[in-house]
Design a protein around this ligand. Sequence first.
Ligand SMILES: [Zn+2]
Length: 205
Amino acid sequence: MEIVSYSEARKHGLMYYFTGKSCVNGHIAKRRSCCGNCIECVVAYKNRHPEKNRIRVQKWRDENPERARRTAREGQKKYCKTTKGQLRKFCRRASTRLSYGKSYKSQRSLLDYTPEQFEDHLIRNTEFSSIAEAMMSNYHLDHIVPISYISDIIKDEDLQFRVAMDLKNLRLIPAKVNFEKKNKINTSEIQIIISYLFNKYNINV
Ligand SMILES: [Zn+2]
């Protein structure tokens, strides 16, 4: 990390400065230009006093509603672009289409993969380095076996969700192709996925 003195940071309106020297607690970390507190000490304090921190944050939000809204929006935007955020977004989309009302936590517990495996699976064999990048290029997440078909055939709600969101049932395709596909299930590719999924989840039709 580059050395930036307190006075330089103040002069240029930077949020942090860095001396390269350790704080009283032995951290060598950035310090906040407003108060001189070491950021590792601040994090440690917040973790030691979660309730106090919650109250402090709420007080700040009440006093700065406009900034709080903006910060929340920006945080949301950043989160949406992360791997975790993408998985959450697609779980929400699938659950809306299935009218599946369980919390995101319960939804996640039904999936047999991590957000990282989700991303690896989707971008494998593509030119993209992340799902967010594919989205920017107008790619869509496609359920190979359409959600409408899944909800017609399967009655159990948890099972509907698991089948819809099974990695084998997910791929990225250009938006245009997705619109042309509609809800067709009569291709051999889709039939193969249907047999795979029905076998995996012991579904008898
Ligand atoms: Zn410290």
